[in-house]
Write a protein of this length. Structure first.
Length: 193
């Protein structure tokens, strides 16, 4: 396979052979595979500071389909979490970090509030527990990219004066004709001042 090769099927990988040597003596050899990237997610900025006064801080995410396959539906989920300086929730009550922030996404020309649903290990193993998520869907043709813009502001429910939080963006979907799902994600963090 040539460098820069784009996957033609979901799960396509490059074989890898690694050998550990000391001088001319071969100490160990192992074989493996490195999957080729299909959906990738990048964030700008990766870190920012939120104002306690409620002004907006914006995050831009670029979701890229690096494959030769089309994705008729890519689902994008945004998870946010905040912990105060003592290790508790940033909101006024237990499990209330979601109410301490207002999160919106840009739908073409208009900012819209994210609808919140709660996922956890009992309802959907593999997802973070008790965190807000919103699903935004779009198609992503071969060798293309789409920008997703989110913004966050604090609400009066915020109690943490020294909190730190994270915004996780995940993109997942099945390429046309594929039974295996591709997943890409990126984590951005924020502090509160």
């Amino acid at each position: 396979m040539a460098l820069g090769l784009r996957p033609k099927t979901e799960g396509e990988s490059i074989p890898i052979k690694a050998t550990l040597s000391s001088g001319k003596e071969e100490l160990a050899t192992t074989n493996g595979e490195a999957p080729l990237a299909t959906l990738t997610v990048e964030a700008n900025p990766r870190s920012t500071t939120l104002d306690q006064g409620g002004s907006w801080s914006e995050f831009r995410f670029k979701i890229t389909n690096k494959s030769t396959m089309n994705y008729p539906r890519v689902a994008v989920q945004a998870y946010e979490e905040c912990i105060n300086g003592t290790g508790g929730e940033c909101g006024k009550t237990r499990d209330s970090s979601e109410s301490a922030f207002r999160t919106q996404w840009l739908d073409d020309r208009e900012w819209k509030d994210l609808a919140t649903i709660v996922r956890g290990p009992t309802s959907d193993p593999g997802y973070p527990e008790n965190e807000a998520t919103e699903v935004v869907n779009f198609s992503l043709p071969s060798d293309s990219a789409k920008e997703v813009r989110l913004r966050i502001s604090t609400t009066p429910d915020l109690e943490a004066a020294d909190g730190k939080g994270e915004l996780l963006l995940m993109a997942e979907g099945n390429a046309t004709g594929s039974t295996k799902e591709s997943l890409g994600s990126v984590l951005s963090d924020f502090s509160i001042e």
